[in-house]
Design a protein around this ligand. Structure first.
Ligand SMILES: Cc1cc2nc3c(=O)[nH]c(=O)nc-3n(C[C@H](O)[C@H](O)[C@H](O)COP(=O)(O)OP(=O)(O)OC[C@H]3O[C@@H](n4cnc5c(N)ncnc54)[C@H](O)[C@@H]3O)c2cc1C
Length: 645
């Protein structure tokens, strides 16, 4: 076995994962370096098999039909004055502003994207390829703004292992490279990971193999091979979130179908004949709520109010630990309700029969989760449709039954049409207030750590749904018979006797659909124990702590990885959706004090502070330009230097 190459005393940081999170961290290192690190030398190694900026999820090379589910004005990679961080704000454009600068000729992009840039308004949903170009640009700009004494080295290959004692330099081993990179500090920004199949999925896969059926387990849909799903054949789809939307797009327009818009604005789907028939169901039975299609006018909901730093402090101080449903959920319900009623009373007072000050006082006095809150709303808000019941939101079709499958299709189309209408109608602006309160809650939850999959699903269902135009397409596909709804409480069984999958739901008791193919339309659950990422697996075997929900446990203060005794590793950090600080999972919205920015800033400062202490001990202070990176024997072509200054 080859030995680590010890050819440098230059401080070195290895960032594994060059997607949005790794890129955001570089932006923060650049912002904080002048204050904390001066012009001391540093090697910054960036390891990812995919191009930096977009990384795997946002790579250029994917279907042009796939969109973001955030509007262009709601996506930014740059901090602003709202962000509570110790480091400086370095302003930069949101995706919408960047597109405007491209249109103005101030920024150049691949000519193949010109049409997409020209069409992108601030409230439109960009294609993923366009977002890829934005992220590449952010990456290049962040690298260019690093001090000249920092050399960046890109390694286009996976990292497979990190070794090294707590006290010493770390070794980061890359696939196909005999010698490791030496690192004073390592940051794992690994993002969304594949996992070994959990037992239930393995059984379904084995069943499919035995009977010559198709079973596509949870995956990043753009990477799935969909060719086994044959034209005209029924396909059962479990999951009605964004992975379903991607699947729907790739199997319809992606197979040559197209939409035509009628004079009344309604879409009609013209099939290519190569589509399968998608029978889609889930626990709720409905798609995620449409993105809200209007802007907030007037006052923002004054949150945090009932779930803010003080409540989180109190929760964290509880001796017996925190149980989400028992301790946290009632506080969240009270916070969402407060945002909802504040908006209703201030923007639509004619739909209330109390004055706001009295309501607010009584609301504040009632215990979270208590019947008193419901009773107060009952007395003050005459129309039940204007009241908020967070528990009911999670079960939109509770108890709804249909006489037959056709009635179910019509019923579900009606539900989606009503949702689209409501989410584009400012008369329902309390929905927008609840959305903003959900974001606030999400930000507060960072400090509590892992909230488990239920909360994540609830948040996504309300706050991270598809663009309105996608739901209009879904309606057209339903009318064309290409998509069929299964209803709430969908169950899927493996029928061993007949050798098929079967799905049904309580919505139409006794009605079942048989199919040769089953697609699980969702991302794999995070799991440190069963991840397919060898690096993370080895880290776990080496003593890193995982939460019950399978996330890597990190110190909320600076994202240092914790061991099973709760000790932060002095030299290893992790940021992003595979950690229990995953609140920063989505792109930051401008002016929302986004948790991901706060985390990136804290981590960048922890890195630089650590390195500064080391640099002053071991490295001559004079600035210099270095082109030979640490820890490698000879330059190789894939180690392209994005920024060897
Ligand atoms: C399909 C999809 C669509 C989304 N759409 C939106 C949206 O529209 N709006 C929004 O706000 N959010 C969206 N999100 C959420 C969020 O923006 C993304 O999750 C974002 O990509 C997270 O960035 P990340 O860098 O943490 O992780 P990732 O984007 O997953 O990047 C991690 C990187 O690490 C690399 N990596 C992993 N393991 C290794 C290893 N061992 N060695 C080397 N490299 C490694 C990967 O190749 C990858 O490039 C979406 C997420 C998904 C999955």
């Amino acid at each position: 076995m080859s030995r680590p190459v010890n050819n440098s005393v230059r401080p070195s940081v290895v960032i594994v994962g060059a997607g949005p999170r790794g890129t955001g961290l570089i932006e923060r290192i650049a912002a904080n370096a002048p204050e904390l690190y001066g012009d001391a030398p540093l090697d910054l190694h960036l390891v990812d098999p995919h191009p930096p900026g977009g990384g795997r999820i946002w790579r250029r090379d994917q279907s042009p039909l796939l969109w973001m589910n955030s509007t262009a004005e709601d996506v930014t990679m740059f901090t602003d004055e709202s962000v509570e961080q110790a480091g400086p704000v370095r302003p930069g454009p949101s995706l919408a502003e960047w597109a405007a600068a491209v249109r103005a000729g101030e920024i150049a992009v691949d000519p193949g994207l010109a049409e997409a840039v020209a069409a992108l308004g601030p409230r439109d949903f960009a294609g993923r390829r366009l977002q890829s170009a934005y992220l590449s640009w952010v990456y290049e700009r962040s690298v260019a703004s690093l001090p000249p004494s920092v050399a960046v080295h890109e390694h286009r290959r996976p990292a497979v292992r990190v070794s090294g004692s707590r006290a010493g330099r770390q070794q980061v081993w890359l696939a196909g490279r005999p010698a490791p990179l030496l690192a004073d500090l390592v940051v794992l920004a690994l993002g969304h990971l594949e996992s070994e199949l959990p037992p239930e999925q393995q059984e379904l896969s084995d069943f499919a193999a035995r009977h010559g059926l198709v079973h596509l387990p949870p995956a990043f849909t753009a990477d799935s091979d969909l060719s086994a799903l044959r034209p005209g054949e029924p396909v059962l789809v479990r999951g009605f979130g964004l992975a379903f939307v991607d699947l729907m797009v790739l199997l319809t327009e992606g197979r040559g179908g197209r939409y035509v818009e009628g004079a009344d604005g309604q879409l009609t789907y013209r099939p290519s004949g190569r589509e399968p028939v998608l029978h889609v169901g889930s626990r709720r039975g409905v798609p995620y709520h449409s993105k809200i299609g209007y802007e907030l006018s007037g006052e923002r909901p004054p949150v945090p109010r009932f779930f803010g730093p003080a409540q989180v402090d109190e929760l964290l101080a509880r001796p017996g630990g925190v149980d989400f449903r028992r301790d946290v959920w009632p506080l969240i319900g009270k916070e969402l309700g407060f945002a909802h009623y504040h908006r209703l009373f201030t923007a639509h007072p004619e739909r209330t029969r109390m004055n706001w000050a009295d309501f607010e006082e009584e609301y504040a006095a009632a215990d979270p989760g208590s019947p008193a809150l419901g009773a107060l709303a009952g007395a003050a808000v005459p129309d039940p449709a204007d009241r908020l019941d967070p528990d009911a939101l999670d079960h939109p079709l509770a108890g709804v039954r249909y006489p037959d499958g056709e009635a179910l299709q019509e019923g579900l189309r009606g539900w989606i049409e009503a949702d689209l209408a409501r989410r584009h109608d400012p008369a329902h602006s309390p929905d927008l207030a609840v959305f903003l309160a959900l974001l606030s809650v999400y930000g507060q939850l960072v400090r509590i750590g892992d909230r488990g999959p239920w909360w994540h699903g609830f948040f996504s269902y309300l706050a991270s749904g598809p663009p309105g135009p996608r739901l209009r397409q879904l309606l057209a596909l339903s009318r064309a018979g290409v998509v069929r709804f299964l209803g709430a409480g969908t169950t899927v069984t493996a029928d061993e006797r007949r050798g098929v999958f079967r799905a049904g739901s309580a919505a139409v008791p006794g009605e079942w659909v048989a199919a040769r193919a089953l697609v699980e339309a969702r991302l794999p659950e995070p799991t440190v124990e069963r991840t397919r990422d060898p690096l993370l697996r080895a880290l776990y075997a080496d003593g890193a702590a995982a939460t019950p929900a399978g996330l890597l446990a990190v110190d909320p203060a600076d994202a240092r990885i914790l061991d099973r005794a709760g000790r932060p590793h002095p030299r290893r950090f992790a940021l992003g959706p595979h950690t229990d600080a995953r609140s920063g999972g989505a792109f930051a919205r401008p002016r929302t004090n986004a948790p991901a920015f706060r985390q990136n800033d804290a981590t960048a400062r922890a890195l630089l502070t650590f390195l500064r202490a080391r640099a002053t001990r071991t490295v001559p202070a004079s600035p210099r330009t270095v082109t030979v990176p640490a820890a490698r024997t000879a330059p190789t072509p894939e180690d392209s230097h994005a920024a060897d200054h």
